[in-house]
Ligand binder design. Structure first.
Ligand code: G3P
Length: 214
């Protein structure tokens, strides 16, 4: 499973690139706002640091506007993926962008039918938001299972990015289902490699080593 880092924080991105755990990055207007940086400036910096795909979100509401934004972003780097909202206008834009060879990530997907439509339009990626479904009492991960089954039934090449990942179990569940990608925020990344028993084991070995005859 590929790991994308769900952030616009340069320090975090660099950390996971160095660890070999960053196969790509996803951003959105909220994450750009949280970074406190200028959108174009920080996005171009991320594109240089990350060897893989970087999702950059279009904010226009009509297809024409989205295509215009996408063409501008595409000029910033070969690894640009344009994030397009799951709307009728969005799907129109995806169709045009796919023909132009610009990669797309259809975002804010909350149903299997939305994912099916996005795949039919030619989307490179779809992003089901599982944490936000959990928030309203649904099992978000079940949506990922449905989308993967549907894509397999018809041989769609569209890859599934499990998004709105809130905790480590989401990552395990995505991997068990064989999702192509999980986009993981830094606070969850941190929890993936830590375990209290690992820390305890290291402490014990170090303290015993101090007492060992050397
Ligand atoms: O990748 C989408 C993600 O950023 C949304 O996460 O936690 O705001 O639902 P969240």
């Amino acid at each position: 499973m590929k790991f994308f880092i769900d952030t616009a924080e340069i320090i975090e991105i660099k950390k996971y690139v160095e660890q070999g755990l960053c196969d790509g990055v996803t951003t959105n207007p909220t994450l750009i706002m949280k970074s406190g940086r200028n959108f174009e400036e920080v996005t171009k910096e991320i594109l240089k640091i990350v060897p893989g795909p970087v999702s950059v979100e279009a904010i226009s509401e009509d297809a024409k506007g989205m295509v215009k934004e996408a063409e501008r972003f595409a000029g910033w780097g070969k690894n640009v993926v344009v994030k397009i909202p799951m709307t009728a206008e969005g799907l129109k834009a995806v169709r045009v962008l796919t023909k132009k060879g610009i990669k797309t990530n259809v975002t804010l997907v909350f149903s299997a039918n939305q994912a099916l439509l996005a795949a039919k339009a030619g989307a490179t990626y779809v992003s089901p938001f599982i944490g936000r479904l959990d928030d309203q009492g649904e099992e978000g991960i079940n949506l990922v299972a449905e989308i993967l089954d549907i894509f397999e039934n018809y041989g769609f090449k569209t890859e599934v990015i499990v998004a709105s990942v809130r905790h480590a179990r989401h990552v395990t569940d995505a991997a068990l289902l064989g999702a192509h990608i999980a986009t993981i925020p830094p606070n969850v990344m941190e929890k993936l490699y830590r375990h209290a028993k690992t820390d305890e084991g290291i402490d014990r070995f170090l303290s015993d080593w101090k007492k060992a005859k050397k």
